[in-house]
Structure formats: structure tokens, C-alpha cells
Design a protein around this ligand. Structure first.
Ligand SMILES: Cc1cc2nc3c(=O)[nH]c(=O)nc-3n(C[C@H](O)[C@H](O)[C@H](O)COP(=O)(O)O)c2cc1C
Length: 365
């Protein structure tokens, strides 16, 4: 059967992948309330289309943080991509280049910074940073990313520890024997279960839980690259982000893998756009699976969206081709939504196109 939408790729990936990697990619934390919410919250928003508008000059191109992209859909950092496909991060980074979007590489990758730099020299590459207790090691990661041609740092700020992902605990998740976290040579820095989830145990022993706003300011001073904060979901934190010198934020709840029962990111977006949207680039990730989801996020003020799991599904199904296909599907669906809503340019999409379902209260009729 032809795969024509992201959920087709999701079903196919579920058939292909072994249980433990599939569970790791797919699941969220706790009761997975926010995991469901990230997707379902989009369905409570309705698009209000305009008609009789000449939409023959449609264009999904845009400029995000100074980068000219073919479409405002970028690749979120996801860890350990070689569990999905033998070429892992290299395939994803190359696909982003072909599609002309942004590829964000996770610190917890199964290919090294240098390998990705060499495999995809022309891709707009961002490097996602976790701050380790070992600050020298952290500084070294930053310098390596700068040297390998990465163009921005994405500092993840919602992970002092990892959220309780029950599937990983039950599976005693660990990296398959033939894979390793490729940015590290230290024997201690491996993902092996000591009884629970190997990745949570790794994070508990290695990441710095003292991370705070002073560290963000330190990073902004330390690196030559623009810094983007990922994992903000309140206007209070968005306002603090403004004072740090960072260049943008990604409204994210880590794909519902950290604190369960936080809002869906599409619910959190409006308060953040209202607070800082005129002063800083606000982007969003979480639960985006269709062109209409992208349209809604842009309408509520995001300058771009990032996708995590959809890319992993494409990668699992058909490597680089699969990632390209998923991104093309999303681009085509966005184009179609624009045509049918009466829009030619990304910058024309605004909140006048959106209504909440409560506006249409049928019970009052
Ligand atoms: C399997 C998996 C691994 C992830 N690994 C990372 C990571 O290493 N660093 C990070 O900042 N976020 C990570 N994330 C979160 C994503 O960057 C992103 O916020 C999330 O996937 C977006 O939601 P979506 O999957 O619904 O598109 C991961 C998410 C998933 C699903």
C-alpha cells in the first residue's frame, strides 16, 4: 500500500522496528496524558478558510532565524537514530539538505558530530546540546559542533533528569550492542541498563541537574553560534529567555517525554507569542502530523515547526528516502491547506484563520 501521510509511516514503522526501539521512539512519560494531548489539541482548533482568492502564486518558502528554507518544517533532535536505520543521523542530515530545511542533531546520537558534518556539509545543521556535569566535556562538544560547520546551538532546558517512560523501564531499555553514543569515547558513557531504563540511568549520572539561567548566559558568551532554547512552555520562562541573549526559543514539552500532564505545546504557544513574539523568534514542536497542524501553529504565531517522531518513522521505513518523503508529504499538505484557506504566502497566515471549537457551540442552537 502506498504511504501517503505521516500516520501511514507510523504504522509501517511499528511493523518494522523491534519492540524496545519502537517503544523508545513512540512513548511518552507517565500516563501519557500529554502525549495524547499534543496531537489531539490540534483537533480542537478549526481553520476558518477564505474563498474566492487567487491562490495560484502559492509559496511555502520562508526565512527562519536568517535561514532561507523551502518550507517552515524543520527536524527536531531525536536520540539514537541508528536504531531506526543503519545510516541513522547521516541519512536524516542528508535528507534535510535535499529538502532544504534545518536538521538538528541530538547530543545522544549514534553518529558523531564530525561524521554528520562530513556527510552533510551543505545542510543547515543545528546542534542540540545537553549540559553535562563534566563542563570540560560540554565545552568540547560545543567547540566540535562549531568546527564541524553547525550553525546554531539548541540548548534543551527541560531535562535536568529524564521523565519516567514506563515502556523503557519495563523493557530495561539499552542501546543494542553494535551501537554506541558516538560523540563519546569514555567507557562510562554508554547506555546500558542497571535494572531500569538505561537511558534514564545514563542521564541521572551524567546530566547537570543544577542547570539554571546563569548557565544559559554562560553558553551564550562561550559559543560563537546563536543559541536557541528548547523546552519552554510558559510566558514567564519565555520572558526570562529574552534577557539571556539567546536568539530564539522552541516551545516544546520534549514530545511529552518529560513532565506528564503539562499542556500540549499548541496550547502553550499563544501565551508565549503574546509575551515575546515581537522580540524573538518563537518556534514550536510536538504532535505535528499534518499540513493543517502546521498551518494552525503558524497561525498562532510560530515562525517554524519542528517534527520529531515523523522523521524517525520515515527513517525506519526507508532511510534517507523515507525522511525526504515524510517531509515532502508535510510540505504538500501545508501547500494544500494554504490553497484551500485562501493564502499565498507563509507570512499571510495569522490568527484570523483560527477558531477554537468552543466558538461553535452546537448545544446552544
Ligand atoms: C525518540 C525521541 C528522542 C528524542 N531525543 C531528544 C534529544 O536527544 N534531545 C532533545 O532535545 N529532544 C529529544 N526529543 C524531543 C524532540 O526533539 C521533540 O521535542 C519532540 O519529538 C517533538 O514531538 P513529536 O515527536 O511529536 O514531533 C526526542 C523525542 C523522541 C520521540
Amino acid at each position: 500500500m502506498a504511504l501517503v501521510c505521516v500516520s501511514d509511516y507510523e504504522k509501517k514503522a511499528a511493523e518494522i522496528l523491534p519492540k524496545s526501539p519502537w517503544d523508545y521512539y513512540r512513548s511518552g512519560s507517565g500516563d501519557q496524558i500529554t502525549l495524547k494531548l499534543n496531537e489531539s489539541a490540534f483537533n480542537r482548533l478549526r481553520i476558518r478558510p477564505r474563498v474566492l482568492i487567487d491562490v495560484s502564486r502559492r509559496d511555502t518558502r520562508c526565512n527562519v532565524l536568517g535561514f532561507d528554507l523551502d518550507c517552515p518544517v524543520a527536524i527536531a533532535p531525536t536520540a539514537m537514530q541508528k536504531m531506526a536505520h543503519a545510516e541513522g543521523e547521516l541519512a536524516t542530515a542528508k535528507a534535510a539538505g535535499t529538502i532544504n530545511t534545518i536538521y538538528t542533531m541530538s547530543t545522544l546520537s549514534t553518529s558523531s558530530i564530525e561524521e554528520v558534518g562530513e556527510a552533510a556539509p551543505d545542510t543547515n545543521k543545528f546542534y542540540q546540546l545537553y549540559i553535562y556535569k563534566d563542563r570540560e566535556l560540554t565545552k568540547n562538544l560545543v567547540r566540535r559542533a562549531e568546527k564541524a560547520g553547525f550553525k546554531a546551538l539548541v540548548l534543551t532546558v527541560d531535562a535536568p533528569v529524564f521523565g519516567p517512560r514506563r515502556c523503557d523501564i519495563r523493557n530495561k531499555f539499552e542501546l543494542p550492542q553494535h551501537l554506541r553514543l558516538a560523540n563519546f569515547t569514555d567507557e562510562k558513557l554508554i547506555v546500558q541498563s542497571a535494572g531500569g531504563s538505561g537511558i534514564n540511568e545514563y542521564v541521572a549520572s551524567q546530566f547537570d541537574p543544577t542547570l539554571n539561567w546563569n548557565d544559559v548566559e554562560w553558553l551564550v558568551r562561550f559559543t560563537k553560534l546563536p543559541v536557541i532554547l528548547k523546552g519552554i512552555i510558559t510566558h514567564e520562562d519565555a520572558r526570562l529567555a529574552l534577557q539571556t541573549g539567546c536568539k530564539g526559543i522552541i516551545v516544546s514539552n520534549h514530545g511529552a517525554r518529560q513532565l506528564d500532564t503539562v499542556p500540549a505545546t499548541i496550547e502553550a504557544l499563544p501565551e508565549i507569542v503574546k509575551a515575546i513574539g515581537s522580540q524573538m523568534t518563537v518556534m514550536v514542536d510536538g504532535g505535528i502530523r499534518t499540513g493543517t497542524d502546521i498551518f494552525k501553529a503558524l497561525a498562532l504565531g510560530a515562525k517554524a515547526v519542528f517534527v520529531g517522531r515523523p522523521v524517525l518513522y520515515g527513517l525506519a521505513v526507508d532511510g534517507q528516502n523515507g525522511v525526504e518523503s515524510v517531509l515532502k508529504i508535510l510540505q504538500n499538505e501545508l501547500d494544500s491547506a494554504m490553497a484551500l484557506a485562501g493564502v499565498n504566502k507563509i507570512t499571510e497566515i495569522n490568527d484570523k484563520f483560527i477558531a477554537h471549537e468552543s466558538t461553535f457551540c452546537l448545544s446552544k442552537l
